[in-house]
Design a protein around this ligand. Structure first.
Ligand code: NDP
Length: 332
């Protein structure tokens, strides 16, 4: 039997277990040009929360009573395409199912000899590329500058901080637990890390950034963002990547307006979606792969076991349950 997880209702505020519905279904069959794949690892990502709302965004909303979907690493179990053979490991955007029939042209091959296959949806996949292009194309950190990154211990933030170190910047992270802070400082070499759940973030940031902030890689929004923006230097750059602290709010958040600090500092704030850089992905994957092989970029994965635990893994993102990339292991 096959299994799938559907969007059962559109959440108001924080999603719950009732947002999802698990069910057993028939096995799919592959048509000409398709492959049958078995899900091995499934990625849960904060952006999926936005797709649960019935609102216009850069990707269409998930449909009600249809399977959710996201980045998956899978094994080809049957091929009706000359692009793949049985046993190949592939990645692509696939539905939350144990087995799927997918068009071969929408999948990419993963080479298990190059790196662990999980990295295709982590440090060498969408989150790694988000860090790489957001920081280097928009943030453009220079030697000796101060780079602040929020969501610093997550899939994107942990890579941002390490790339900024490679570029010679001073890196200040913001994260939500003492374990995460120890990891970022001791294992990844961040210069300072602030626990936003303890004390006054603005005061702690002032102390951690005595020369102000040149680049702020924005993952969380809200009051953390307000605090960083108050410390911007002249010509600061802000890659606007995510706003996780706002995704589950029922009422729109109104904070201090950013135009004045941007204006008086001649600063740049630019929103981006990783797909904006799709034509440069091969360059990004190559460079990230080299840095990982050289030990210049380390990565951590938080792996929950079992297909039925996908909702729990997703909900954990909003409670900071993950250090590094949150994945679900579905099969060996
Ligand atoms: P993470 O691996 O960073 O996981 C989410 C983390 O966010 C949690 O571990 C938690 O860590 C932190 N968090 C949760 N709630 C809050 C809150 N209220 N305030 C502050 N921190 C919070 O996720 P990703 O690395 O995958 O994504 C990071 C951000 O980047 C997200 O906003 C996401 O939407 C965005 N993104 C944007 C992309 C783009 O193309 N623009 C692509 C990919 C991601 P802690 O313990 O520190 O609280």
């Amino acid at each position: 039997m096959n299994e799938q997880i559907l969007l059962a209702e559109r959440p108001k505020g924080m999603p719950t277990k009732d947002t999802f519905k698990y069910e057993k279904i028939e096995m799919p069959t592959a048509k000409e040009g398709e492959v049958l794949v078995q899900t091995l690892y499934l990625s849960v990502d904060p952006y999926m929360r936005g797709r649960m709302n019935d609102t216009k965004s850069y990707v269409p909303p998930f449909e009600l009573n249809a399977p959710l979907a996201g980045g998956i690493v899978a094994r080809v179990t049957e091929s009706k395409s000359d692009r793949f053979k049985e046993g190949d490991i592939v990645t692509g955007m696939l539905p939350w199912k144990r087995y799927s029939a997918a068009e071969a042209k929408n999948l990419q091959k993963v080479d298990p000899e190059l790196a662990p296959i999980t990295t295709a949806i982590g440090v060498l996949g969408m989150p790694g590329l988000t860090a790489y292009f957001g920081l280097l194309e928009i943030g453009q950190p220079k030697e000796g500058e101060t780079v602040v990154v929020s969501g610093a211990a997550g899939a994107v933030g942990s890579v941002v901080g390490q790339i900024a170190k490679i570029k010679g910047a001073r890196v200040v992270g913001i994260a939500g637990s003492e374990d995460k802070i120890a990891y970022l400082k001791d294992e990844l070499g961040f210069d300072e890390v602030i626990n936003y759940k303890k004390g006054n973030v603005k005061e702690a940031l002032k102390e951690a950034c005595p020369n102000g902030v040149d680049v702020y890689f924005e993952n969380v929004g809200g009051e953390i963002s307000d605090a960083v923006v108050s410390l911007l230097n002249k010509f600061a750059r802000i890659p606007l990547c995510g706003q996780i602290s706002l995704y589950n709010l029922e009422k729109q958040d109104v904070g201090p307006r950013v135009q004045t600090p941007l204006l008086i500092n001649s600063a740049l704030m630019k929103g981006f979606i990783v797909a904006d850089y799709a034509d440069k992905f091969p360059e990004g994957i190559k460079q990230l792969g080299e840095w990982v092989q050289q030990g210049k970029i380390k990565y951590s994965e938080n792996i929950v076991e079992g297909f039925e635990n996908v909702p729990e893994a997703f909900l954990g993102l909003f409670e900071g349950a993950n250090l590094g990339k949150q994945l679900v292991k579905v099969a060996e």
